[in-house]
Design a protein around this ligand. Sequence first.
Ligand SMILES: Nc1nc2c(ncn2[C@@H]2O[C@H](COP(=O)(O)OP(=O)(O)OP(=O)(O)O)[C@@H](O)[C@H]2O)c(=O)[nH]1
Ligand SMILES: [Mg+2]
Length: 281
Amino acid sequence: MSITIALAGNPNSGKSTLFNALTGSNQYVGNWPGVTVEKKEGKYKKDKSIKITDLPGIYSLSPYTLEEVVSREYLINEKPDVIVNVVDASNIERNLYLSTQLSEIGIPVVIALNMMDIVHKNGDKIDVDKLSRLLGYPIVEISALRNKNIDKVIETAISVAKTNHVHINSFDEDVEKYIKEIESQVSSVSMSENSRWYAVKLFEEDEKATANLQISDAERKTVEDIIKRAQEEFDDDGEGIITDNRYTFISSVVADTVKKGRSGMTTSDKIDSIVTNRFLA
Ligand SMILES: Nc1nc2c(ncn2[C@@H]2O[C@H](COP(=O)(O)OP(=O)(O)OP(=O)(O)O)[C@@H](O)[C@H]2O)c(=O)[nH]1
Ligand SMILES: [Mg+2]
């Protein structure tokens, strides 16, 4: 079975390090169509039927940078079988913002939790099973730089691609209801393969992402009414409401699963703990 895997993640999360470790010399570098952003594709060293694409580094699937647009257009139009989301575990909160968006594209996601060597060195603890349950994605702990566990990423990606299970993170119910309304009431959205993605993007008024949608004037009016009601409820625009909801979700997930070790403490935390220990002694 031939499979295409896309590596997606923040800048500096270790995508290219992982890509190089997996493909070795089986890679070709080109440019994305029409732009000068570098395109890297390769084949898995141990099984040449597995194609791997190294996407440009991004913090979000919004339309504001060339890298974001290139990455999301690739994911929507080329439809790789599975996304391996490379997450820098030593900067986990910032990295997970993108993670919450990836499955909305309708492609199964596996997290490669990278830089675990740094996490261990810092004495930080991540409850990976719980993190996986809360996010709804399988997670493989790796160190791309040290070649740790990288073949397990491919094994997991293949099994996820075979089941083709896409887990969608719901927003809080008071936000989710608006997205569901768009998804069910706008038939050009309901009929499309990526209904979740288009519903969120219409709500965010992301015109680039929705330009290809054949949406009637009446449907446009329906969407405008939904956004207007949400704006009144939240005193914020659609994009702000979604961003805020993602951040709130991630902070609660991180608070539940990550314990910072000593080197992750601030200076005043350290002084406090020294003072407390001396006092206890
Ligand atoms: N300690 C440690 N460093 C790593 C690991 N993986 C990658 N790095 C380092 O992190 C830095 C960034 O790695 P890259 O692979 O270039 O990151 P990238 O995601 O391709 O970055 P962009 O292409 O800019 O988006 C490099 O200095 C790597 O050596 C790891 O597992 N542990
Ligand atoms: Mg890179």
